[in-house]
Design a protein around this ligand. Structure first.
Ligand code: FE2
Ligand code: FE2
Length: 152
């Protein structure tokens, strides 16, 4: 298995691509396909990626780094909260076949995600292999399972 930081970074890229594909479907007016792609994206990022970060990776980082970690993980958790709301609004825009609202939400979400993911990749993921007692195996396997499920 790849190291946990690589798995998480690749998952960022995979999720970015799914969101791009959803946006492409919206721009073509392919609404059922857009809804399906957005739901695949939402499930992968909310139920997979963010759930693993919040339940396993952030706590490991906090244990390793102590108090100085709190401001970063608080910021990242708040980012997840905001993103979850935007994802719901994007799904509503698709349901209403409102491409303009979708595009506004998309650019906001992509801006937030870009900064959020870079912070994780630079400041948090590099120390996970040492912070997690199993070197991130269990977390990595959960992410890989979600990726496999999305492809099937
Ligand atoms: Fe995150
Ligand atoms: Fe992440």
């Amino acid at each position: 298995m790849e190291p946990i930081d690589q798995i998480m970074q690749h998952d960022h890229e995979r999720l970015d691509q799914l969101l791009e594909q959803g946006a492409e479907a919206v721009s073509q007016g392919a609404w059922p396909e857009a809804a399906h792609l957005l739901e695949t994206f939402r499930h992968g990022i909310v139920d997979g990626h963010m759930a693993v970060e919040e339940s396993t990776l952030f706590p490991a980082f906090e244990r390793q780094k102590g108090d100085e970690a709190q401001s970063l993980t608080a910021l990242l958790r708040k980012g997840h909260q905001d993103l979850r709301i935007f994802f719901e609004e994007m799904a509503e825009a698709i349901q209403e076949q409102d491409a303009e609202t979708f595009d506004d939400l998309l650019s906001t979400v992509q801006t937030i995600l870009k900064q959020h993911d870079a912070k994780e990749e630079n400041e948090l993921y590099p120390i996970l292999a040492t912070a997690l007692t199993d070197h991130g195996e269990a977390a990595g396997r959960r992410i890989l399972d979600f990726e496999a499920e999305a492809e099937s």
